[in-house]
Design a protein around this ligand. Structure first.
Ligand code: PHE
Length: 447
């Protein structure tokens, strides 16, 4: 077998992993899920989930990937646990499922990048969002986003992705800080900060059953967990890299960017509606595209430039995440069946485009796909992975975690026990609450 590649620098890996993690999950989803789930109470549980559950889980995926040095499905074979290949398979499926609608939202972002330049949405963002978020136009831009994703994966991502992510992370932070400061200066944003930053403990106590599963699944989605992406990326890591240090950085940066996005979106929602709106057009999935877009719309020519820049940065963030989703299945088919890389990337891209047309046609479908991913697929996939790392692969995982970790290595045993107890119970509860909430909610859209 040919010598397998490794990342040339530690920064290369960390940035690629951050590139995968930071995406629509942080900038589009996190703020509106926060607004839908009680504000600061949700943020609090999310922060706890990211550190107490997300971090140990990402370390587990790193340990699998680096030791196996193989794609996320065959990795389990290579570690001599072929039966657990099913974990890789479920992760792969979950990633494809998510990519089908992720690409639809990516298409909206392309539409808005162009719409900023032309001032297309400046006349009324809610009506514009209604017109472009579903139907033929949404399908066309969904196709474009998927084609871009498949194109980058087909032609190899090394140069492209490393360079793009190096620029992306600083520019995302810069744009968000700028917008957050601007939002702060606007009349009416004041109440947003207590809503966003000071948790309402009564709300939390009364809604624990829905806040917990949403926050934990949001952490998984945002950290790209349970989909083989982090296993795949870590498979290119060298043995002298410190997994705990890298994991800490990825979780820290990802969380920071999510919280920052909230500091933009939530105040803007308050400015526009004097409170969090219940209507789907102004809040919910439309928050970024209606309320944030509205700010650009009010700034004339400056707004066109700023808006185009902003949505372009979001587009890069979304693409660097989508690529890592498509790369999981592509790496597998290329490694295992020696399929042609380009044919594989475009073949799966095409199938997922077709699946995603449902979500592009009607946002109710998008919501349904998202709900199923959040409530069942993600927690189920992560749970199996945690069981694998905790019990089946435990001693080797500890050994792997100690490699190159210097001082942090001594905590590896503690980490395994943490996975076996706190993380296991946390994910199990999330899955249980997610599945029961699915039973309680209405069925397929339109059926
Ligand atoms: N983490 C990405 C986001 O927040 C989405 C993603 C999930 C990417 C899984 C890759 C794998 O947008």
């Amino acid at each position: 077998m040919a010598q397998r590649e490794t990342w040339t620098t530690r920064a290369g890996f960390v940035l690629a992993a951050v590139g995968s993690a930071v995406g629509l999950g942080n900038i589009w989803q996190f703020p509106f899920k926060t607004a839908e789930n009680g504000g600061a109470a949700f943020v609090l549980v999310y922060l706890l989930a990211a550190v107490l559950i997300g971090l140990p889980t990402i370390l587990g995926e790193f340990a699998i990937g680096r030791r196996a040095k193989l794609n996320a499905v065959e990795a389990f074979d290579r570690l001599d646990h072929p039966a657990w290949t099913v974990v890789g398979g479920l992760g792969l499926f979950t990633g494809l499922w998510i990519l089908s609608y992720y690409s639809v939202v990516g298409g909206w972002v392309i539409r808005y990048t162009i719409g900023s330049l032309t001032g297309g949405y400046f006349g009324g963002t809610a009506a514009y969002f209604g017109a472009v978020s579903a139907g033929w136009e949404a399908i066309a831009f969904h196709a474009l986003f998927m084609a871009l994703t498949a194109g980058i994966v087909a032609f190899g991502i090394e140069d492209g992705i490393e360079k793009a992510t190096k620029l992306m992370v600083p520019s995302v932070v810069l744009m968000l800080v700028g917008l957050a400061v601007y939002a702060f200066t606007l009349d009416g944003s004041g109440p947003a900060y207590s809503y966003y930053l000071s948790p309402d403990m009564d709300y939390l106590a009364n809604n624990l059953g829905s806040v917990i599963p949403f926050a934990v699944s949001q952490a998984f989605f945002s950290l790209s967990l349970g989909m083989g992406a982090m296993i795949t990326y870590a498979s290119y890591l060298s043995d002298d890299d410190s997994l705990p240090a890298d994991g800490g950085l990825v979780v820290g940066l990802n969380t920071l960017i999510g919280v920052l996005a909230g500091l933009v979106v939530i105040p803007l929602l308050f400015v526009q509606f004097s409170q969090i709106p219940e209507t789907a057009a102004g809040g919910g999935p439309g928050a970024l595209f209606v309320s944030v877009a509205q700010v650009f719309g009010g700034l004339g020519i400056t707004g066109r430039i700023l808006g185009a820049l902003f949505f372009f940065v979001v587009l890069i963030a979304a693409l660097s995440s989508a690529i890592s989703l498509l790369e999981v299945v592509t790496a597998y088919c290329v490694d295992r069946y020696e399929w042609n890389r380009m044919a594989t990337a475009f073949g799966f891209g095409g199938v997922l485009f077709l699946l995603g047309t449902l979500s592009a046609w009607d946002t109710a479908w998008l919501g349904w796909f998202d709900t199923l991913a959040y409530s069942v697929l993600l927690p189920a996939s992560v749970l199996l992975g945690v069981i694998f790392v905790g019990w089946v692969y435990g001693p080797e995982a500890v050994e792997e975690m100690e490699k190159g970790a210097d001082g942090a290595g001594q905590y590896a045993t503690l980490w395994i026990w943490w996975l076996r107890t706190v993380v296991f119970v946390g994910v199990l509860v999330t899955l249980y609450l997610g599945v029961t909430s699915i039973y309680a909610s209405p069925g397929l859209p339109g059926l």
